[in-house]
Design a protein around this ligand. Structure first.
Ligand code: IMP
Length: 423
């Protein structure tokens, strides 16, 4: 396996956890390159359901080295808790052996969560619907060059210098904004304690990965969120604050841009959690039925996900931006009993003209145009070969390939590891 990057194609929640888990069986390194504990990657293991937020999904495979790359924003208190919960579940997590953390990764502190809530409260243009984990403000501080990095937590003098910068700038406006002021001494204690706990895992993961790549090791880059939540290419401003598409895999891991196989994960229908435009959204009974059938509730916040039809215009755009040469189609089994099935094939713009490109603006004013396909009533969960799918399910997959121009190589027909069809 060459270096492989797995990205969500729409707004996240495509079922990346299961795919990474499946691909990690053949990987030496599994690397998170962006986002923070806003992500929720769900695995269905023989021992039951496991939701990972920050720790890469390869952690359940004893042979893989898992890396939290420099592009991730890390809440160190959350990370210590997540490691504890994994160990309680009987999963071996050893910092410095199978879990490594970039010293360059930026740190989320309590103030970022307060700032996240404050920012949502004062937005006159409508809430983003953030996960409230402080992810956006932590990335803002990184850009403003006042952030703390994981490497600061293992050196008290370095931490003091970095904290002084952060506290000075934040408190200058937190007071007038009504956000509780930062207390540098209290923060210092919390951060040094977390640094002590995480110390053995913190280091130069970029060099490690470049060396591993040069030595021919198999590296799997685990995307978080999805291409339409990418800060640059997504449905701005209703996006997350990281580069969730493939571009972020290079900058967020420290690997140089070289050839990479990019696998796009997409559901057989579309979902979105949080606010923002969603051209194929179903605000009717069909959308409610999809939510129930697909158990579409956020794995991080528990919020109900908005549901809609498969959108081939959006998928083609994200596929092009991410360089995905193949798709993994998840949740095909969920569409059982929906008839007809619909797939977006174009948009009508507010001025009446038509497009098959994904616009940067006024997405909420588009009218989607659909192709209709006959549905299927059979249970797909036991099917393991494409030829054994009912003809209408096969026809649906082939229509998706036709309309997106991207091959569907893998189909997931249930939450369990083995419920997969490889083509
Ligand atoms: P933030 O990343 O918490 O700032 O939230 C920004 C937007 O991204 C909101 O609409 C969130 O619901 C969405 N978002 C963030 N992380 C995820 C995820 O892992 N899955 C789906 N949506 C997400």
């Amino acid at each position: 396996m060459p270096t492989t990057c797995v990205v969500g194609i729409l707004w996240g929640d495509e079922g990346k956890g299961k795919v990474i888990d499946y691909l990690a069986a053949d990987a030496d390194y599994v690397v998170r390159f962006g986002g923070g504990h806003n992500a929720g990657h769900t695995l269905y293991l023989p021992s039951g359901k496991l939701v990972l937020h920050l720790v890469p999904s390869g952690i359940v495979h004893p042979h893989t080295v898992n890396v939290i790359g420099n592009g991730v924003v890390v809440d160190p208190v959350h990370l210590c808790g997540e490691i504890d919960r994994l160990i309680e579940r009987g999963i071996a997590v050893e910092l410095g052996r199978n879990l490594l953390l970039s010293e360059r990764a930026h740190v989320i502190v309590e103030a970022h969560r307060l700032q996240d809530a404050w920012g949502e409260g004062v937005r006159s243009g409508g809430k983003i619907g953030t996960t409230g984990r402080g992810v956006g403000p932590a990335y803002s501080d990184r850009c403003a060059r006042i952030g703390l990095r994981l490497g600061d937590l293992v050196d008290p003098a370095r931490l003091d210098r970095a904290l002084a910068n952060l506290v000075e700038q934040k408190n200058a406006w937190f007071g007038p904004a009504g956000i509780p002021l930062l207390d540098a001494a209290a923060m210092r204690n919390t951060l040094l304690a977390a640094g002590d706990r995480l110390r053995a895992g913190i280091g130069d993961t970029g060099k490690l990965l470049r060396d591993a790549s040069a030595a021919g090791k198999r590296i799997l880059l685990e995307g978080a969120q999805g291409c339409l939540l990418d800060l640059e290419h997504g449905t701005y401003p209703f996006v997350t604050s990281s580069h969730a598409s493939t571009g972020g895999a290079y900058s967020g891991s420290g690997l140089p841009p070289h050839e990479m196989r990019t696998v796009g994960i997409v559901k057989a229908y579309a979902t979105r959690v949080g606010e923002g435009p969603f051209p194929s959204e179903l605000k009717d009974d069909t959308g409610d039925r999809l939510r129930v059938a697909g158990k579409e509730f956020g794995s991080t916040t528990g919020r109900p996900r908005r549901c809609g039809w498969f959108d081939s215009v959006a998928v083609r755009y994200s596929g092009a931006v991410s360089g995905a040469t193949e798709l993994v189609l998840t949740n095909l089994d969920v569409l059982r009993g929906f008839d007809p099935l619909r797939v977006v094939v174009g948009y009508r713009l507010p001025d009446g003209s038509k497009t098959t490109d994904f616009p940067a603006f006024e997405l909420e004013r588009l009218t989607p145009e659909f192709a209709e396909l006959p549905g299927f009533t059979e249970d797909l969960q036991q099917v393991r070969r494409f030829e054994d799918l009912p003809p209408n399910a096969r026809g649906y997959v082939e229509a998706i390939e036709r309309h997106t121009g991207i091959a569907v190589r893998t189909i997931s027909v249930g939450p369990e590891r083995q419920q997969v069809i490889l083509r």
